[in-house]
Design a protein around this ligand. Sequence first.
Ligand SMILES: Nc1ncnc2c1ncn2[C@@H]1O[C@H](COP(=O)(O)OP(=O)(O)OP(=O)(O)O)[C@@H](O)[C@H]1O
Ligand SMILES: [Mg+2]
Length: 213
Amino acid sequence: MNKGFMVVFDGSNGAGKTTVIKGVEKYLISKGLDVLLTREPGGTPIGEKIREVILDPSTPEMSYITELMLFGAGRAQHIEEKIVPALAQGKIVISDRFDAATFSFQHYARGIELQTIVKINDLALNGFSPDMNIILDLEPAEGLKRVHSRGEGLDRLEDEKAEFLEKARNGYLVQAQQSPEKFTVIDASQSKENVLKSVIQVIDSLLASQLGK
Ligand SMILES: Nc1ncnc2c1ncn2[C@@H]1O[C@H](COP(=O)(O)OP(=O)(O)OP(=O)(O)O)[C@@H](O)[C@H]1O
Ligand SMILES: [Mg+2]
């Protein structure tokens, strides 16, 4: 059996992650591949409870370190309970956000020291790393317009100032520059169809490189 691999979709709020993931799932299933969709925060029963706590708009007083550790706790559970077993079964794991988001939002946007993020993240990851992060890059204002057009209320993290969202966006771009082998940046201002086409090119090359292993 082939070893599975993991792709993360990440980027600004409203960049189109959920939309493109649905298209990628359809594409992979049409190729007869076994796909597992998951998300962060969340992904497991415990993780989904943690998600509710993190995103609850009624508790704006949550401290940055509490938030960071909640993300870390959820990630540790996610990896152990769900991701590692799925990869061992040869599945392609697709996660809507993962550890790059912690660097972007908690370090680059919130300003928590990098070393603190690394400590918590290393504890959570325990040596694990996804194979590829696909960053859907979009002007945060454009992403917020898209979120509003979806007609839902904002959660605690979406309800942040433009400057915060701009810093998070740049955080993704810096990570992509620093680790080009782990990141691909896609221009998410394109039409849904063209975003999906660009993403499928990346997925195809990952599939090809897996076959070569
Ligand atoms: N390329 C695109 N062009 C225009 N609209 C888009 C595009 N991709 C997605 N949308 C629309 O923008 C809205 C947000 O998309 P989606 O929910 O996929 O984003 P998201 O990144 O998952 O958001 P969130 O960060 O809130 O989870 C949806 O209404 C979706 O239909
Ligand atoms: Mg989404």
